[in-house]
Design a protein around this ligand. Structure first.
Ligand SMILES: [Zn+2]
Length: 271
């Protein structure tokens, strides 16, 4: 599932693939992937999606790509595309059976938006509206902005996954960052020590950088849900296996309906 590093990789990929090129044509293979509004569900596909999309992307060369949390905004003059990957979306140079939208470039290559579960999408809009949509309802970006203060009784794992508090972190990045920071995932925010609060932002940055580095030579992301043999994470889905740092068997619990993996040796519960 895409989290901040995968979306950042997508941003860099689209920028690289489209540099110096123009979009000459579009194909909307599934109208449910082009939306009028950011919050529209797939059932509310854009009635005139292909025409709207073409009107934005074929008039002027592609410009800057901005990311906030897990959302991307791609500038085309005074128009823009808001892109979100949802649970399973990715942009690729290669077609696959799940291509929903295709942008044809003037060098004969094509950019394919592939999305098996249709939870991502493309929203053609204006640049000014897109700028507002990019961060609407989201907290500061987990990579570009300082980590906000964590307060209250809820567990630190749950708080860090709240996109309105801090944008871009999901289940995997949060659990791996807490392991790096030696913080038990159930620790109430108010119980974090000064040392925890100093370590946590560093651990989050290290975790995001480590995941981004995995993609350095990649031309496409393979999500860990697609191919479990490619699980590069030290503790995610390693229940019962020794912690790479201390050798304690990795434990698993459920928080907020999601699995959390953690090391009882490195991340002792607060008493
Ligand atoms: Zn450990």
């Amino acid at each position: 599932m895409p989290e901040l590093p995968e979306v950042e990789f997508c941003r860099r990929s689209l920028a690289r693939w489209s540099a110096g090129r123009r979009v000459v044509d579009v194909a909307v293979l599934d109208p449910r992937s082009v939306r009028v509004n950011r919050k529209d569900r797939p059932s509310a596909g854009h009635p005139d999606g292909a025409a709207e999309l073409a009107a934005v992307v074929t008039r002027v060369p592609p410009g800057e790509l901005r990311r906030h949390g897990k959302r991307l905004l791609w500038r085309f003059g005074d128009g823009a595309l808001l892109l979100h990957l949802g649970m399973t979306g990715k942009w690729s140079l290669r077609p696959n059976p799940y291509v929903k939208v295709r942008l044809d470039l003037d060098d004969g290559t094509a950019l394919h938006f592939c999305d098996p579960r249709l939870l991502g999408g493309v929203v053609p809009t204006s640049w000014s509206t897109g700028l507002a949509l990019l961060s609407e309802g989201l907290g500061p970006d987990a990579w570009n902005d300082p980590l906000p203060a964590l307060r209250g009784a809820r567990a630190v794992k749950i708080a860090l996954m709240d996109q309105s508090l801090v944008a871009g972190l999901g289940n995997v990045q949060v659990m791996e960052a807490l392991w790096r920071a030696h913080i038990h995932p159930s620790t109430p925010c108010d119980a974090l020590t000064d040392a925890d609060r100093a370590r946590l932002p560093v651990a989050i940055r290290e975790q995001l950088a480590a995941t981004l580095a995995l993609f350095d030579d990649a031309d496409e992301i393979v999500y860990v849900e697609e191919d479990r043999s490619q699980n590069p994470f030290p503790i995610y889905r390693h229940e019962g296996q020794p912690c790479p740092v201390c050798g304690t068997p990795i434990a698993r619990m459920v928080q907020g309906g999601r699995s959390t993996y953690w090391c009882p040796g490195c991340q002792p519960a607060r008493t």
